[in-house]
Design a protein around this ligand. Structure first.
Ligand code: SAM
Length: 268
C-alpha cells in the first residue's frame, strides 16, 4: 500500500517582486510623512513641540475639529483623560476656579460636569485660544475667562474649589530628581520664611493664596514632586485638611501627581 503524502509549496516572491514591494512601502512611508509635515505646518508646530503633536489626541480628543494651541500650550496642557478624571470628582459642584487656565485643558473638563468655571490666565493670547477651544467642546457659556495675574485677582474671587496647575518651569522639570514646591512658577507653592534682622517676614505662598478662597484645593504637580512636602501643606493648615494623592497615567505612563486637599468629593 502506498501512503498519501501531503505536500505544500511555498511561493517565494521573485527578486523583481521584492523590489516592487520595497518601492511601494517606501512610497507609502513618504506619503505618510508628507501628510504629517503638512498637518504640522498647518497647526504651527515648532521642532520643540513635535513630540507633543504626536500626542495631540491624548491632549484633546477633538483636536481635528479645530483645537488651537501656542508653543507653551503644547507642552503645558493637561492631557484630556487626566483633566476629565480630575473634574469628575467634582461633578455637580458649584463654582470651580481654574487659577492657571492656559489653553483650557482643565477648564473645559470642569465646565462639562460643574455648574460654572472661572478661568484665570495671565496671557491674553492663551485666553483667546482657551475660549476658542471651549467653543469646540460646547462649554464656552459655562466659563468666565479672566485675563489677569491670579495673585492679584484672588482676593476678589469666590468659589467652591480652586484648581492649581501653575507652570512647572518648562520641560526641564523632568531633570530634577526631587521637584520641590519652591520650583513652581511664578510663585513658590510652599510657605516661605525669610529672616530680616531677627524678624520673620512671611511671604505668602500659592497654596495660602488659594486657601483664602476655599479649603478645597487641587494641585496638579510634576511626577517627580516631593510628595511628602506637598502633604505637609495639609497638616500645616489649621484645621488640618484631608488629603488624597493620586498618580495620573496616560497609556500606562506616569504624567503627573494630583493632590486633593479638603473635600475631594464635593457636590453642591
Ligand atoms: C501649566 S499651564 C496650565 C495648563 C492648563 N491647566 C491646561 O490644561 O491648559 C500654566 C499657565 O499659567 C499661566 N500663568 C503663569 N503665571 C500666571 C499668573 N500669575 N496668573 C495666572 N496665570 C498664570 C501661564 O501663562 C500658563 O498658561
Amino acid at each position: 500500500m502506498v501512503a498519501a503524502r501531503a505536500s505544500s509549496v511555498v511561493l517565494q516572491p521573485t527578486r523583481k517582486q521584492r523590489k516592487l514591494l520595497k518601492r511601494k512601502a517606501k512610497v507609502r512611508e513618504k506619503r505618510k510623512s508628507m501628510k504629517e509635515k503638512k498637518l504640522k505646518e498647518k497647526s504651527n508646530v515648532t521642532p520643540l513641540v513635535t513630540k507633543y503633536w504626536f500626542q495631540r489626541y491624548d491632549l484633546f480628543s477633538k483636536y481635528d475639529v479645530g483645537i488651537k494651541l501656542d508653543e507653551e500650550g503644547w507642552f503645558s496642557v493637561t492631557p484630556e483623560e487626566i483633566a476629565s478624571s480630575q473634574a469628575r470628582r467634582f461633578a455637580g459642584a458649584g463654582v470651580v476656579i481654574d487659577a492657571f487656565s492656559g489653553v483650557g485643558g482643565n477648564a473645559i473638563q470642569f465646565a462639562k460636569v460643574c455648574h460654572h468655571v472661572v478661568a484665570v490666565e495671565i496671557d491674553p493670547k492663551k485666553v483667546a485660544l482657551a475660549s476658542h477651544n471651549a467653543k469646540i467642546y460646547g462649554v464656552q457659556d459655562k466659563i468666565d475667562f479672566v485675563v489677569g495675574d491670579f495673585f492679584q485677582v484672588a482676593p476678589f474671587l469666590k468659589g467652591d474649589v480652586v484648581f492649581l496647575s501653575p507652570p512647572w518651569g518648562g520641560p526641564s522639570y523632568k531633570a530634577k530628581e526631587n521637584f520641590t514646591l519652591d520650583l513652581l512658577k511664578p510663585k513658590d507653592g510652599y510657605a516661605m520664611m525669610i529672616v530680616v534682622f531677627d524678624q520673620f517676614l512671611h511671604v505668602h505662598s500659592l497654596f495660602q493664596v488659594a486657601q483664602a478662597i476655599t479649603p478645597n484645593i487641587v494641585m496638579f504637580l510634576p511626577r517627580n514632586v516631593d510628595v511628602l512636602q506637598a502633604s505637609e501643606l495639609s497638616w500645616l493648615s489649621s484645621p488640618p485638611l484631608d488629603i488624597e494623592v493620586e498618580e495620573n497615567l496616560v497609556h500606562g505612563r506616569l504624567k503627573g501627581i494630583t493632590v486633593y486637599f479638603g473635600d475631594s468629593k464635593l457636590c453642591l
